[in-house]
Design a protein around this ligand. Structure first.
Ligand SMILES: C[S@@+](CC[C@H](N)C(=O)[O-])C[C@H]1O[C@@H](n2cnc3c(N)ncnc32)[C@H](O)[C@@H]1O
Length: 464
């Protein structure tokens, strides 16, 4: 096919759809052009930035016909920041876009083209995140800054305010940066491997107001760490915006590897007891530095309640909670099930899960530490066939061994929770061999980003 566009030339196009990352999609003679920030329904003059044999990338030069969904952007770092991608679009439209992203995947991949439910949005989609992970670096004047990585880059954009983070995370991080500057503590340099602080991670219990502050450090030695701990403690006492929160713990995380992975494997408690609590529904959960905990707890309650509604437990079922983290889904299911087993690979998360069961007086649950791929078959052969399986895997979805073990076991129902609809729908296609996909419910856990969480109900074909 002859490529109908040239790099550095301008064209007028109609944006006919939005892609998985929120980008606008246009076609010239059937050839696809991805246009950042374009909204379906708009007519734009675009400049072509990159051409490949099967598609091109362009940017908007002028909007000729504007979508009614386009809104004024309220964030000064939005254009360069890699955090949100949909702040230029009115919120309800972003919810419809997310539904249609999932629907398109279903239509392309699944045998049964079921209608995806409308995305459940947030009443107030701001400052919803309970975890911030800020990289620390230097600005152009070689002064330490804290911020966020620019899109597809390791340049750090200094942050003033963030509309999706809990506001206290930036206040604490800036205080730490001031201390680093005043005491001439060097920050980590990716190229040389020298310097100390690499990241500041803040976890907040939204309901309990408890705060964990993690200083990710290049090695064991952090100069003046006692003084830094005192400065953070004093800030919680003196800063009015922090006064309703409780500094529960400060942790030094040791990471001296040349890697993009934020946390190293060793944690040293500098203050407090090393964990925070938060509440979801009627349950309290202990959260350690290494444990996964959903980042939008308001929507998590909605997501888990939807998962429970889909499971429709009667009290007689044996339930498996695969990729169980700190045990949240299994504990939510426990009062409607006969027995629950959770499997999780991170040892600290399993320890939290066991404590969480005790904390909530849940006695019919057991947690096992292991890789689902390697342990599921044995768990089923020793503990018996489950009636229902919840899965909530990481973004890469399920592996083939796990899918074939589930297909062999034939639980009557599955509830698949996923933060990546592309891998979820890929897995659903394989599960369609024995299961009917009954419902897919998107839940907006990540407002103004292109990410969408889904909860899906599958029912064994023979059991229907
Ligand atoms: C998306 S999180 C879900 C956690 C939990 N269900 C929740 O809602 O908080 C995925 C979890 O899977 C765990 N995990 C990743 N790979 C795993 C594997 N191969 N086997 C078991 N657990 C795994 C991660 O540590 C993480 O806790």
């Amino acid at each position: 096919m002859e490529i109908p566009v040239e790099k550095n030339k301008e064209y007028i196009v109609n944006i006919i759809d939005n892609g998985c990352d929120g980008e606008g999609i246009a076609k010239i003679d059937g050839y696809t052009i991805f246009i950042s920030n374009g909204i379906k329904g708009e007519k734009c003059k675009i400049l072509i930035l990159k051409v490949t044999p099967s598609y091109a990338f362009g940017k908007i030069v002028e909007i000729i016909e504007k979508s009614p969904a386009r809104i004024e952007v309220d964030c000064i770092t939005y254009k360069r920041c890699g955090g949100c991608t949909l702040r230029h679009i009115e919120y309800n439209t972003t919810l419809a876009m997310k539904q249609s992203i999932v629907q398109n995947l279903v239509n392309k991949t699944l045998e049964e083209k079921i209608n995806v439910e409308e995305t459940i949005g947030m009443k107030n989609p701001t400052h919803y995140r309970n975890k911030a992970q800020y990289p620390v670096g230097l600005n152009k004047n070689s002064s330490p800054i804290v911020g966020i990585f620019a899109q597809r880059s390791h340049e750090i954009i200094e942050m003033e305010n963030c509309f999706i983070q809990n506001p206290i995370s930036i206040i604490i991080s800036k205080k730490i940066i001031d201390f680093i500057k005043d005491n001439n503590i060097t920050v980590y340099n990716e190229q040389t491997g020298n310097g100390f602080i690499r990241h500041i991670v803040i976890k907040v219990g939204i309901k309990t107001k408890e705060v964990m502050c993690i200083l990710v450090n290049n090695g064991e030695n952090l100069p003046k760490e006692k003084e830094l701990v005192n400065v953070i403690k004093e800030e919680f006492e003196n800063n009015k915006e922090l006064q309703q929160y409780k500094l529960k713990t400060i942790i030094k995380n040791v990471n001296n590897r040349n890697t993009n992975v934020i946390l190293g494997s060793k944690n040293v408690i500098l203050y407090g007891d090393g964990y925070i609590y938060d509440k979801l529904g009627k349950y309290t959960f202990k959260i350690s530095p290494m444990s996964f905990y959903q980042t939008n707890p308001i929507q998590t309650e909605i997501l888990y309640n939807k998962a429970m509604e889909f499971a429709n437990l009667t009290g007689n079922e044996t339930v498996l909670d695969l990729y169980c983290g700190i045990g949240t889904i299994g504990i939510f299911a426990s009062d409607k099930a006969k027995k629950v087993y959770g499997i999780e690979i991170v040892e600290d998360a399993v320890k939290d899960a066991i404590e969480n069961a005790k904390l909530n007086n849940v006695q019919n649950i057991e947690f096992l530490c292991g890789d689902v791929e390697k342990t599921l078959e044995e768990v089923i052969s020793r503990r018996g066939k489950p009636d229902i399986i919840f899965v909530d895997p990481p973004r890469r979805g399920l592996d083939n061994t796990t899918i074939s073990n589930i297909l062999k076991t034939e639980p009557a129902k599955m509830v698949y929770i996923s933060c990546n609809p592309a891998t979820m729908v890929r897995d659903l296609k394989m599960l369609e061999e024995k299961y009917e996909v009954k419902k897919i419910q998107p839940v907006d856990m990540f407002p103004y980003t292109s990410h969408v969480e889904c909860v899906t109900l599958l029912q064994l074909k023979e059991s229907m």
